[in-house]
Design a protein around this ligand. Structure first.
Ligand SMILES: NC(=O)c1ccc[n+]([C@@H]2O[C@H](COP(=O)([O-])OP(=O)(O)OC[C@H]3O[C@@H](n4cnc5c(N)ncnc54)[C@H](OP(=O)(O)O)[C@@H]3O)[C@@H](O)[C@H]2O)c1
Length: 281
C-alpha cells in the first residue's frame, strides 16, 4: 500500500487529504454504531484522515459517531461538517456549528460547508462563517452543490473569495461537472470534493468496471475510486462501514489506470457533450 495519502492545497495555504471517509447513513441505527466507529478508526489507522459529516446525517447521529471515533486523536484528523440551509442565517449558523462541535467533542472544524443553497441570503451565511473563523471555531469554509453561477455569486461577496471547497456529485456515471464546473473550481483554486464516488455502491455491478478491475486484479470499487482520484484538484469521499471495504478503498490509491482503461471507461460512461444541470443525490 502506498505511503501516505496525498494532500491538496487550499486557498488558505492549509492542505486537505485527497482521500477521505464519508459518513452518510451512519449514526442512524444504534445497533450499527460499534461497527461504524470501528470502520472510521480503521480508516484513520490507514491514513485516511479526512472525515466528512454533517448535522443532517442521522440528525446529529453521524457527528456523534465521528466524535467517538476520533476521541484522543483530534490532531490527526481533517474534520468537515455542514450546516443545514435553514440554519445558515447569521445567528443560526453559529449556533448550529456550536452544536456540531459539541457532538463531535472538538473545539474547531477544519472545514465547514453550506450543505445546499436555499432562501437565506448567501451574504448572511458568509457573515456567520466569518464570525466562526474569527472565534477559532472553523478554519476554512466551503459550499456543496454549487454550480458555476452560484460560485460566481459567492466569490463576489466579501469573504467569499476565500471559499476552499465545493462538494459535488462526481463519479463515472455522473460526469456533468467535467463540462465547466471542474475547470471553474480549479481556476479559482477551489478544491472539488467528489461525493458518492462509487455512485452509492451501484458502480460495483457495472461490467465495464469489472473488466478493468480483472486486468489490474483489483475490485470494481477500486477502479471507480482510482478513476476519480486521478483527477487533479479533486478530493474523493467514499463511505464504508465495512472493514474490508475500507481497506480496499485506501488501496485504490495504488491503482494506476492506463490510457486503454480510460478509453474503455469513456466508451461505457461518456463524458458530457454539452452543459447539463448539476446532478445531485
Ligand atoms: N449521497 C449524498 O447526497 C452526499 C452528499 C454530500 C456528501 N456526501 C458525502 O460523501 C460520502 C460518500 O457518498 P455516498 O455515501 O453517497 O456514496 P458512496 O461512497 O459512493 O457509496 C457508499 C456505498 O458503497 C458501499 N461501498 C463502499 N466501499 C465499497 C467497496 N470497496 N466495495 C463495495 N461497496 C462499497 C458502501 O457500503 P458499506 O458501508 O457496506 O461498505 C455504501 O453502500 C457520504 O457518506 C457523505 O459523507 C454524500
Amino acid at each position: 500500500m502506498s505511503g501516505s495519502v496525498p494532500r491538496l492545497r487550499l486557498p488558505s495555504g492549509r492542505t486537505i487529504p485527497a482521500l477521505g471517509l464519508g459518513t452518510w447513513r451512519m449514526g442512524v441505527d444504534r445497533t450499527q454504531r460499534r461497527r461504524e466507529i470501528a470502520a472510521l478508526r480503521l480508516g484513520l489507522d490507514l491514513g485516511m484522515t479526512l472525515i466528512d459529516t454533517a448535522e443532517m446525517y442521522g440528525e446529529g447521529g453521524a457527528e456523534e459517531v465521528v466524535g467517538q471515533a476520533i476521541a484522543g486523536r483530534r490532531d490527526d484528523v481533517f474534520l468537515v461538517s455542514k450546516v443545514y440551509p435553514h440554519n445558515a442565517t447569521r445567528a443560526g449558523a453559529v449556533a448550529a456549528c456550536e452544536r456540531s462541535l459539541k457532538r463531535l467533542k472538538v473545539e474547531c472544524l477544519d472545514l465547514y460547508l453550506l450543505h445546499w443553497r436555499e432562501r437565506v441570503p448567501l451574504a448572511e451565511t458568509l457573515d456567520a462563517f466569518d464570525t466562526l473563523a474569527r472565534a477559532g471555531k472553523i478554519r476554512d469554509h466551503g459550499v456543496r452543490n454549487f454550480d458555476v453561477a452560484d460560485l460566481d455569486e459567492w466569490t463576489a461577496l466579501p469573504g467569499g473569495e476565500g471559499v476552499a471547497a465545493n462538494q459535488v456529485l462526481y463519479n463515472l456515471r455522473r460526469r456533468g461537472i467535467e463540462w465547466r464546473l471542474l475547470d471553474g473550481c480549479r481556476r479559482r483554486g477551489v478544491v472539488v470534493m467528489a461525493y458518492s464516488p462509487i455512485d452509492q455502491g451501484r458502480l460495483v455491478r457495472r461490467r465495464a468496471l469489472t473488466a478493468v478491475a480483472d486486468r489490474h486484479q483489483v475490485t470494481p470499487a477500486q477502479v471507480a475510486l482510482a478513476w476519480v482520484l486521478r483527477q487533479p484538484g479533486v478530493v474523493v469521499l467514499p463511505k464504508s462501514a465495512d472493514a474490508r471495504h475500507v481497506r480496499e478503498n485506501r488501496a485504490a490509491l495504488d491503482v494506476r489506470l492506463t490510457p486503454d482503461d480510460l478509453r474503455e471507461l469513456d466508451a461505457a460512461f461518456p463524458p458530457p457533450s454539452g452543459p447539463m444541470p448539476l446532478e445531485m443525490l
